[in-house]
Write a protein that binds this ligand. Structure first.
Ligand code: HPA
Length: 246
């Protein structure tokens, strides 16, 4: 079963009627919102808005563990995560889509593992490739079928937020090789791996990262880019769900 974790700009799936609403409680508490079940052309999938609906949970306060556990408890095996990001790679502009293949975690103080407390054995998951390559390739294949140009690789920098970065921090991330920067990619990806779930990210660029364009980054600018770009993300999701999944 596929689940979509929606980020900023994708807190609901307009035009689709949910067939069920799951209110789930996990050992790590409640997920960001009730999890909705949808069907598209006979293909069923689940949807969870990462920041709640309405959008009210800040990136560092998302209960990532509850979100992943709740989805797993409903039979989810694959997760497509949608994340709004700032663009660092010089070729990226707002409304571009990136399907990253690597990440660097700059967050701190987040509950980032299921493997703590009273354990029978300490477990170190392999995270060499943080995203599930087969899932990434399926997303890219659907983008190709739609003639949608997306950046097929990239390094996602996950910062703590909720503030945006300084220009110097972005220069450092660029030196580290990062192509995009967001606040919600981790620990979500690692927890999915710990839970044994496939996971890939569809990142929507909503602003040039700090210091890469003239002037400050405004919420108005971000909201406009989301408005203009999220429809392509929706089109991609609709295409892959209705022809491939469920
Ligand atoms: N930095 C971090 N997170 C973000 C950004 C950014 O520039 N844009 C959207 N999410």
């Amino acid at each position: 079963m596929l689940a979509i974790i929606g980020g900023t700009g994708l807190t609901q799936l307009e035009g689709l009627a949910s067939v069920r609403r799951h209110v789930v409680e996990t050992v790590h508490g409640q997920p960001s919102a009730p999890i909705e079940a949808f069907a598209l052309n006979g293909h069923s999938f689940l949807f969870l808005p990462r920041h709640g609906h309405p959008h009210r949970i800040a990136p560092h306060q998302v209960n990532y563990r509850a979100n992943i556990l709740a989805l797993k408890s409903l039979g989810v095996t694959e997760i497509l995560a949608v994340n709004a990001v700032g663009g660092i790679h010089p070729s990226l502009k707002p409304t571009d889509i990136v399907v990253p293949d690597q990440l660097i975690d700059y967050t701190y103080g987040r509950a980032q593992t299921f493997f703590e407390g009273d354990l029978e054995a300490v477990t170190h998951i392999d995270f060499t490739e943080p995203y599930t390559e087969a899932l990434r390739q399926r997303v890219l294949q659907h983008a190709r079928q739609l003639n949608m140009s997306v950046m097929a690789n990239g390094i996602y920098a996950c910062t703590q937020g909720p503030r945006l970065e300084t220009a110097a921090e972005i220069k450092r991330l660029a030196r580290d090789g990062c192509d995009i920067v967001g606040m919600t990619g981790m620990p979500e990806a690692a927890l999915a791996r710990e839970a044994g779930l496939s996971y890939a990210c569809i990142a929507l660029v909503v602003n040039p990262a700090a210091g890469l364009a003239d002037g400050p980054i405004t919420m108005a600018q971000i909201e406009l880019a989301i408005q203009q770009g999220i429809e392509r993300v929706r089109t991609l999701l609709r295409h892959l769900i209705s022809t491939d999944w469920g």
